[in-house]
Design a binder for this molecule. Sequence first.
Ligand SMILES: [Zn+2]
Ligand SMILES: [Zn+2]
Ligand SMILES: [Zn+2]
Ligand SMILES: [Zn+2]
Ligand SMILES: [Zn+2]
Length: 360
Amino acid sequence: MELTNTNENYFNPTSKLKSSPIPINFLPFNKNARYCFYCKNRYTWTQSLYQKCCENCFSQYVNNVDNNNTYLDVLIETRQSILCQEHEKSKNEMFITTCNIKEWCRNCLFIIYFKQIFADHYYFSNFRDYNPMKNCTLCGKLIYQTILTKGDIVFKLCSDCYLISSGWINSLNEKPILILYLPWWDNSDQCLVCNKYLDFISDCQKWCTRCYIIYSGCRYCLTTNIIFGLSDQSQCRKCNRILVISIADIMNITTSGNKDIDALLYDTRFKIKNDHKIINEISSIDITIPSNVYTFLRSNYTPSDYYSIMQWISYSQIKNLEKLAEGGFGIIYKAICPEKNKTIAVKRLKSSQKISRVFK
Ligand SMILES: [Zn+2]
Ligand SMILES: [Zn+2]
Ligand SMILES: [Zn+2]
Ligand SMILES: [Zn+2]
Ligand SMILES: [Zn+2]
């Protein structure tokens, strides 16, 4: 009898894959990282799609993981011309291409690509040598209908094996925020909405300091949660693991200490923000082409111009206060904000301790 999850809300984004019993550490969360986060060896490129991978951590993973389940959607290949001594003996039984990582040999096998990795900012050159299998390696379903021509290929996933979902979670401001559960490992280093380079919090968390979007990856399932707001945790949809987000740095930058003010400041960050539309329509997007998801998100999220964004600056960040004028409601000062390297005007409101929620 097959074990089934009894939780009615259970949703498996990658039903043909099992959650790995040990963390998958050999893939960076930043596609442009040069050295392995764990062993500090230099990452190498996969043969196709220019994905980064640490061969050292990958061979350790292959040694430590059991043979019974499929944890990765990956393609590896032998090169007959450079077979190592051990494999030379069994040359005739050798496979050409396989997705069984236990067959991997550091000396004569190559990783062609990981199907579970997608970055929004793939460049055309990424696809130059991309020669994907026509059928899904996990379930056999035909993915590419037409004859493939190199250089003219889109990155496509199997519609049965990769499913997207979305929902709401509570933000730090206790407001519901949108969360998107991507069935792949998003290793981009740029924000999908504003293109700003992301700040990396850890080896599986990053965020945009402009849009306050957090990207949280699960190293056991290679899935990514995109959180459209600030939260201190999210849950992997596949293995239910709670991913705690180290928000100390985020809090330093973002919070005023008052939830209503924080929510108000957050809203100045976007010109367009259609969370409900995303929730309602994401299931109708053809996610077999992952770039469609990012295009759709961008059409529903437009960042404000830089000067329209309001940001909290705490009193301790303001230096050299110099009184300029005093009126009935407050006092105006000239001051310096060293972090912004700017001279600013500061208005101190009289009886500002009694400010109501609806600020007048
Ligand atoms: Zn490594
Ligand atoms: Zn070998
Ligand atoms: Zn499939
Ligand atoms: Zn952004
Ligand atoms: Zn997981």
